[in-house]
Design a protein around this ligand. Structure first.
Ligand code: ATP
Ligand code: ATP
Ligand code: MG
Ligand code: MG
Ligand code: MG
Ligand code: MG
Length: 279
């Protein structure tokens, strides 16, 4: 493009380059979803279709942005995790953040009618805010993930008990809130069991554990449990992959099936079984 006398305005642009060799986490969250969920009559405490729509949108984002290694969703939020060696957009923060948020929002709207066929979307339309957080080590990233999963558990136990008190116990919202004030987990479990015959352990995993979405490299020779692909950079710690190797790896990632599980990843086991996720 030809230079013009106006071009100097470009020098006013600012951009943040994300620190190298750190995990990049993009966390998005629905704006005003308390109200939004009431508008579309989401089932309380958990509307399964709404969660599955979130998961479907996140899966589509991962297909469109192959640099994302895995993602974790609860309620109206999703965290997308990029590997430490990610070079997408030369690690420019605003490019990465805006691409993830707008791609997610597009798919959320696009897929809405599949999950809510009888409830057409009307303005105000759903939107999401987002932030970027960097984690310098596998430990801090795992602690981040554990933090979100513990949050899922705490909120879900509270919400399950709250809505049992309202829907089955005849309390109004304020009374239910008052009843739960200061209670510990054991007490909430006890209210659920003794008053409503609900064993919290038997609640659906998607509600208790949230949804982790990742590339399953075990696609070839399905059933054999063989890990076909190897983690990126497995040629040796710190060894730089050549451009062609990187390209090959990228293509393999793009082909891998993207799956969703509702499983505990606070324990080591989940990560030990999928070592490529933390490479
Ligand atoms: P903000 O814009 O600050 O995020 P918010 O109203 O979205 O405000 P959150 O703390 O993000 O507040 O909480 C999201 C709310 O959306 C939950 O409290 C819950 O009421 C509702 N919600 C989200 N997903 C579901 C779901 N699958 N089933 C039922 N309710 C849901
Ligand atoms: P990037 O992701 O880097 O932005 P890009 O392909 O979007 O890549 P741009 O520099 O943003 O590149 O250019 C947008 C391109 O989209 C234009 O070059 C043109 O080909 C096409 N385009 C956008 N709007 C129109 C339009 N209204 N009519 C025809 N072509 C359009
Ligand atoms: Mg928010
Ligand atoms: Mg929200
Ligand atoms: Mg939220
Ligand atoms: Mg463009």
């Amino acid at each position: 493009m030809a230079n013009s006398k106006y071009e100097y305005v470009k020098t006013f642009e600012q951009s943040t380059t994300l620190l190298p060799a750190t995990y990049i986490v993009v966390r998005l969250d629905g704006r005003g979803f308390h109200k939004f969920s009431a508008k579309y009559n989401f089932e309380k405490p958990n509307d399964r279709r709404a969660l599955e729509l979130m998961n479907a949108a996140a899966t589509a984002v991962m297909r469109d942005v192959p640099d994302i290694g895995f993602a974790y969703g609860i309620s109206d939020e999703f965290s997308f995790v990029f590997g430490r060696e990610c070079r997408l957009f030369d690690r420019r923060e605003s490019k990465i953040l805006t691409t993830v948020i707008s791609t997610f929002t597009s798919y959320y709207v696009h897929l809405w009618s599949t999950f809510f066929p009888s409830k057409p979307l009307m303005p105000p339309l759903p939107s999401f805010d987002g932030r970027v957080v960097l984690y310098p080590s596998t430990q801090t990233l795992r602690d981040y993930m554990s933090w979100r999963q513990v949050d899922c558990h705490i909120n879900n136990l509270y919400n399950t008990t709250f809505w049992a008190l309202v829907q089955k116990g005849g309390l109004d919202n304020a009374q239910a809130e008052e009843r739960l004030k200061g209670t510990l987990a054991a007490e909430k479990n006890e209210i659920l069991f003794s008053q409503f015959g609900i064993n919290y352990n038997n609640e659906d995993e998607i509600f208790k554990k949230g949804s982790i979405v990742f590339r399953d490299y075990k696609i070839e020779g399905a059933g054999s449990g063989n890990i076909v692909a190897t983690p990126a950079g497995s040629g040796g710690d710190g060894a730089e992959m050549s451009r062609t190797q990187q390209e090959k790896e990228r293509k393999r990632r793009m082909k891998a099936e993207i799956v969703t599980e509702h499983t505990d990843f606070i324990k080591d086991e989940f990560w030990q079984q999928k070592p490529w996720l933390l490479s």
